[in-house]
Write a protein that binds this ligand. Structure first.
Ligand SMILES: NC(=O)c1ccc[n+]([C@@H]2O[C@H](COP(=O)([O-])OP(=O)(O)OC[C@H]3O[C@@H](n4cnc5c(N)ncnc54)[C@H](O)[C@@H]3O)[C@@H](O)[C@H]2O)c1
Length: 251
């Protein structure tokens, strides 16, 4: 990505306060986009926006718990007003589940689906009218290796939500391609963030032994692909899900 390739663009990153979302927000800012971070973590979200600003970029923070659907329209409206447009949406906010199938409750299933899948649709639905009005845009959503091969350490609700993201991505890509809006997903393998920090050394070692590139992924490994999918260099790619897993799964 050439420096400032996204100058004049505005990106909304959900769950951008930390981890992969923060890396995406930072990389999009470095590529010249103004960035709006939305998250339920105020302190981290505001600090992330300040850090992008301190590095010479433009950024704003909007508080939202996106698992509460009624909050989404307000948050997207506020995000759009921050810099006057919305060109890029990164649907990144999500939670993990590692509950054994026998123990998984309906409440846990619904809580995870609300953020990992339902919010991906309703945030997209709220952002799409901005993109349609502007004549184009790019959406990139976070799926997972779990959608490709089944959850290795994750539970059925997690893998199901991430498989849902792929179906949703393809559907929106078909519907909005004619309006100049590209919709893609990424499917990362194990990435070292807060989400996976609790994994034991044994789990990590086992993954690394099976990964041809012999290391776990970083948030920046994911962010660089997200920026590519958000920008003009991927102008003829839509409906795709790109694996980022060091070769752990090859499709
Ligand atoms: N870390 C991995 O190994 C991995 C692998 C594949 C996919 N992913 C996906 O990447 C995305 C980011 O994961 P991460 O590893 O950076 O996790 P993380 O826990 O470090 O970050 C997730 C962010 O989403 C925010 N968030 C969660 N629920 C929210 C809600 N209801 N409303 C608003 N914000 C909310 C959190 O506050 C946090 O800032 C997730 O969708 C995750 O499923 C992660």
């Amino acid at each position: 990505m050439t420096a400032q390739m996204l100058a004049g663009r505005v990106a909304l990153v959900t769950g951008g306060a930390r981890g992969i979302g923060l890396a995406c927000a930072t990389a999009l800012g470095r590529a010249g986009a103004a960035v709006v971070i939305t998250d339920r973590l105020d302190r981290e979200g505001e600090a992330a926006a300040r850090a992008i600003g301190a590095g010479g970029g433009k950024a704003a923070f909007v508080h939202a718990d996106l698992s509460r659907t009624p909050e989404i329209a307000r948050a997207v409206e506020e995000a759009g007003r921050a810099f006057g447009r919305l060109d890029i949406l990164v649907n990144n906010a999500g939670i993990i589940s590692e509950v054994p199938s026998e123990a998984l409750t309906e409440e846990q299933w619904d809580r995870l689906m609300a953020i990992n899948l339902k919010a991906v649709f309703f945030v997209s639905q709220a952002v799409l009218p901005w993109m349609v009005r502007q004549g184009g845009g790019a959406i990139v959503s976070l799926s997972s290796l779990a959608a490709r091969v089944g959850g290795i350490v994750t539970a059925p609700d997690y893998a199901t939500s991430k498989a849902g993201v792929i179906g949703l991505t393809r559907t929106l890509a078909r519907q909005y391609g004619p309006k100049g809006i590209r919709v893609n997903a990424v499917a990362p393998g194990p990435i070292m963030t807060e989400m996976t920090r609790h994994w034991s050394e044994d789990v990590r070692r086992e993954f690394i032994a099976r990964i041809p590139l012999r290391r776990l992924g970083t948030a920046d490994d994911v962010a660089s692909v997200v920026v590519f999918l958000a920008g003009p260099e991927s102008g003829y790619i839509t409906g795709a899900t790109i694996d980022i897993n060091g070769g752990l799964h090859m499709s």
